[in-house]
Structures are given as C-alpha cells and as structure tokens.
Design a protein around this ligand. Sequence first.
Ligand SMILES: *Cc1c(COP(=O)(O)O)cnc(C)c1O
Length: 380
Amino acid sequence: MKYIPYGKQNITEEDIDAVVDVLKSDYITQGAKIEEFEQQIARYVGSQYAVAFSSGTAALHASYFSLGLSQGDEFITSPLTFVATSNAGLYLGARPIFCDVENITGNINPDYIEQKITKKTKIIVPIHYAGNPAHLEQIYEIAQRNNISIVEDGAHALGATYKGNKIGSCEFSDISIFSFHPVKHITTGEGGAATTNNKKLYNRMRLFRSHGKTKEKDTFQKKNEGPWYFEMHALGYNYRMTDFQAALGISQLSKIDGFIQKRREIAQKYNDAFKDCKYFDIITESKFGKSAYHLYPILLKKIYMHKKKELFNELQKKNIGVQVHYLPINREPYYEDIGYDYEETPQAKHFYEREISIPIFPAMEENQIEYVTKTIKSIF
Ligand SMILES: *Cc1c(COP(=O)(O)O)cnc(C)c1O
C-alpha cells in the first residue's frame, strides 16, 4: 500500500481552469472573485457577511482586533488547538487564558469557563475540535451573562452543524473563522475567512485586512481632498487573498457537500469497525450537532497510553500517515517561557497523551479505508 496521508486536498481540472482564467484576466488580486467568494461563503454558512483573508490565522487576528482586543485584555480558549488560535491574541498584546477540555471530545469544557473569567476577559474562543461542534449555546449563555464576545475557531468545522444551523452562521457568536489550508475542507492554497452578522465588525475586519485604510467617504475624519483620497484609521496589515485563490475557493466550495458527505461516510466506516474496541476510544458525535470530520482521532485506553510512540511509529512504517492533534499550547517552549504551565489543564494533557489522528480525506478510496482499519487492528 502506498503512503496514505492523514489529510489531503482534492483538486480537479475544473479547479485548475478556474485559477487559470483569473491569471489570464486583468485583475489577479482585489478583483471581483473575492467578493463572489465572500458572498458564497456567507450563503453557505448562513451568515450576513464574510471577509476573505490570506490565512485562517489572519482571520483570527482580524476578528480579535475588530472586537477591540488589546494590551492588557484576556481571552479564554482551549490549549488543544493549533497555536494560531492563541498566537493571534498575543499579536495584539492580550493574554490567552487556557481553559481545560472535555476528555471525550477535546472541546472546551463550558463548566470550567466561568472560573477563568476576570474583569479583563474580552473574548471566549471555542474550537470545534476535529469538526465536532462545541457546546455553543451554553458558552453563549456564559458570555452574555458576563458581557463577553465569542469568536468560534471553525477551522475544523466548515460544513458542521449545531442545532440545525451551520457553524459560521454565528447564531451563538459574534464571529466565526475558517481556514482554507490544503488539509482543511476546501482549499485556496493558503487562505481563510471570517463570517459575522454584525456590520460594524464586518467593516472593522475589512479595514484591518487592507492596512487600516478606507475609501468610504461617510467615515472620513478629515476633508475629502479629491477622488484619490483615502484615509488610514487603524494600524492594519496586508491580509488580502488573491483573486485566483478566490476563484479556486469558489470552485472548491461548489463541491463541499460531496466532500463533507465523503468524510462522514469514511467516519461511519471507522465507527463501525472500531465499535466496542478494546484498545482505544473514538469521539462520538454530540446529540446537538453534526461533525464535519476534519480529523478522525483515536484515543488510546489507559493500558495502551505508554505505547503511543511505538504504535505511532508502527503505523507510519505501514504507510499510514498518522498525526497528533495537538501538543497542548501551554507546553510549547515559547508559552512556558511567558509563564504558562501544562499541568494547569490536566484533561488537555491526558487527551494529548492518548490521541492519534488517522487518515480521513474525501479522495480516500475503499481499499485504503479497509487497509487502515485492518492494519490498526492487527498492530494492536
Ligand atoms: C488550520 C487552523 C488554523 C489556522 O489556519 P491557517 O489558514 O493555517 O492560518 C487555526 N485554528 C485551527 C484550529 C486550525 O486547525
């Protein structure tokens, strides 16, 4: 069996043609494709607005900025996520506060959030780990009571639903962000988006994406000196996506229902194969949501935990591209140096010690799925 990666993009001739068409046109950046892509993202998730960015990380940075996160503020998130979730707040001088996770889902545990809230808390950032939605309504209730905003890190969860609505509809949050990195549900190479129903936040994020400069006359603070006149209102960045990336995004998004269905079918096969497994636990979908299955984690039972490295190496040797998601952020050397302690989130630590992600991606073939399930069982 050839090497099977844990995740992989799915690019067709149609996608390639869409990119080439833009490359042959007059506008390869800041043209019409960005707006079209944004409208389609918003329509797909059911939000009023979407802003495209050069990465999911840029979308996080802009989200936090638009909600006013700054020096001295705190925001609460889980340590079981990609470093970008907390790094984006550090960029603004704010301090991430890590809240422990539920040991079965890896999602932030709402029961622990309230004790982490202080006068400085501005935002709560739930991650829908592996694509399985967090308890949004419960988190929303806590946030409302304490006058705190919510940004959903939906990088794993494009296409997932919570109580019938798509992640990104922002029914229980201010902003949701997505990533279009090649291992995510759809790709633009690098890329990301933020969705919201709040026009002010939408405008702030657009401003942030383009150096903090605006052409909108009714927001000018000084005299409009002519048709060339722009004003810079904030210290923004160049976080724009190119038009040919947006064209790829549009083409990819047109196929997302098939992508999600395929991921769910693979997950169902794994679920059946690993039901009542003696060696590890699997994450079952919550009653209130549908997972987009960005990842398929297996969680070693206690007696196998000390064998994780051996099992991992054995699976790699058999050409099964396993990965671990994630090394908790509070044990990264950079974070330890600025005062964080891994032991403060024992469930995240435990989760990390048990977790191995096995391959799941839409182009995965029947014989690959079978090979993975059989090989895993035989190795144990
Ligand atoms: C991929 C990812 C990001 C960042 O996305 P990029 O597009 O790579 O910048 C943020 N958060 C999570 C949970 C992710 O998985």
